[in-house]
Design a protein around this ligand. Structure first.
Ligand SMILES: Nc1ncnc2c1ncn2[C@@H]1O[C@H](COP(=O)(O)OP(=O)(O)OP(=O)(O)O)[C@@H](O)[C@H]1O
Length: 458
């Protein structure tokens, strides 16, 4: 069966005989599956995990558009149906050092729980494709397997965590992460085999946060406030702490790591993990080692090797991932199909704010420069619907259309709509929304990221 909007129709190749991969202890099977093809994997014997989440024996797992690795601590047998784009077994992996980091964090968590303080706030930085997201998934999965409830935080707008790209989000993860889907699914209207997570989402609408620190930094501040409050209020998460994923671009040293500094101070980061860069490690050591957090803890800076399995992903592949995340937001996934609604709305019922292109960025002013009222940065331009909006994703946020721009910028997301058609003559928009019913009278943000997507509505 083919699902509308999802490219899930390609069946698993059943005519080809399955292959069996024998993995020795401490090795991993690295595999890539193209979009449009599916590969089914079963764990026949032994134990195995995908970025920290354990596979259940005999259960079929189906992968499409995936680059990942299945690791075994004690050896296992995997049965593979279908054709991978590439696959091999690697015996050298940095998994022991990753597991040691987990045990060190567990020690800090135990200490925090004993004295009733916050568990470690862990920041993962490193160049692009160093394996940051995979490490954050692994540490989160290991923490949940230890019976804890970590808060996972995504500050990388290039890819979404439990939301679409362009967003920053936080979620308390008490249940396992989904082997096939990555982080799992956010609330849907259907039953889900893996419990759904309720993320807190903010919309940035840009791929490169350094382009607009004026928007990115305040959103980080909001998200940090919410996440740290959640830690304080939630006994289960408090001793566990949080694990923060970041975009590679902020680790390149431009702007003297100003954004990393901002994240460390807003989240009161106590452990900085540097993946795959000696130079970044030495810069982070110089900047943070031995410094103290707000609560007086000493900040630790740790270096970890990049896994040889990390793959550079080309732009075409990344675009397919983004489109799959958007389709999934509206239509669900193979396990739970959603029923989004198209409807016509009048231009007059919309209040759309577009990130201003030429806003004065106060961060570019030198200390002591006077800020005149006329120079005050404008964050958004209020815009009428226009043909350029066709195929765009628009965020609806928890703010009134008449609220100050700062309030709109700092508001969390209620949901997203997709603009299928702009009819300038009749002044109507055809939109796709996850639910039926009138759109709330809230401010809407039109960003440049994720880019428009075609063919989503028939
Ligand atoms: N051990 C491994 N074996 C095979 N593939 C892997 C392995 N580790 C990571 N990958 C894959 O490599 C790619 C890059 O990894 P990941 O997304 O974790 O890096 P990142 O540093 O978060 O990237 P970005 O900077 O773009 O956010 C991903 O497709 C991931 O699934």
């Amino acid at each position: 069966m083919s699902l509308p909007g999802l490219e899930l129709s390609a069946p698993v190749e059943t005519t080809v005989e399955p292959t069996v991969q024998e993995l020795k202890e401490g090795s991993e099977w690295r595999f890539e599956v193209a979009f449009g093809t599916q590969v089914e994997v079963r764990l026949l014997s032994g134990n195995a995990e995908l970025f920290g989440t354990e596979l259940v024996q005999k259960q079929p797992y189906t992968f499409t558009g995936t680059k990942a690795a299945i690791y075994t601590w004690h050896g296992c047998q995997l049965e593979v149906h279908g054709e991978c784009q590439s696959e091999y077994i690697a015996e050298e992996t940095p998994m022991i050092s990753y597991a040691n980091l987990h045990f060190a964090l567990e020690k800090l968590r135990e200490e925090a729980s004993t004295i009733g303080s916050d568990g470690p706030r862990v920041l993962v930085v490193g160049p692009e494709n160093a394996g940051k997201t995979s490490l954050v998934k692994l540490l989160t999965a290991y923490a949940t397997r230890s019976g804890r409830q970590p808060i996972a935080i995504n500050l990388d707008t290039k890819e979404g965590m439990l939301s679409i790209p362009g967003t920053l989000s936080a979620a308390a993860l008490s249940s396992i992460i989904d082997v096939e889907e990555g982080w799992g699914s956010s609330p849907t209207n259907g039953p889900s085999p893996v419990p759904v997570k309720l993320p807190l989402v903010y919309y940035m609408g840009l791929a490169n946060p350094e382009d607009k620190a004026l928007v990115y930094k305040p959103i980080i501040t909001r998200l940090a406030l919410s996440a740290l409050n959640r830690l304080q209020d939630d006994g289960e998460s408090r001793g566990t702490g949080c694990i923060i994923d970041t975009p590679g671009v902020i680790s390149q040293g431009k702007g003297s790591y100003e954004i990393i500094q901002h994240i460390v101070s807003e989240f009161s980061v106590s452990v900085v993990v540097v993946l795959g860069s000696e130079r970044l490690y030495s810069d982070m050591l110089r900047r943070f080692n031995g410094q103290r957090t707000r609560a007086g803890e000493t900040i630790a800076v740790i270096k970890l090797d990049k896994s040889g399995g990390c793959v550079d992903r080309d732009e075409a592949y990344l675009q397919q991932i983004r489109q799959a995340q958007i389709r999934e937001y509206f239509f669900g996934d193979a396990k739970s199909t959603l029923s989004p609604h198209t409807q016509q709305i009048d231009f007059s019922t919309t209040s759309i704010y577009k990130l201003a292109d030429s806003s004065t960025d106060l961060t570019s002013l030198l200390p002591g420069d006077a800020v005149e009222e006329s120079m005050a940065p404008s964050i958004f331009d209020k815009v009428e619907p226009s043909p350029q909006m066709q195929n765009a994703i628009i965020a609806i946020v928890h703010a009134d259309p008449s609220d100050p721009q700062e309030t709109i910028r700092d508001a969390s997301v209620t949901g997203f709509i997709y603009i299928a058609e702009v009819d300038e003559k009749r002044k109507k928009l055809k939109i796709l929304a996850p639910l039926s019913g009138r759109l709330p009278n809230k401010a809407m943000i039109w960003g440049s990221w994720p880019e428009g997507i075609t063919d989503i509505v028939g």
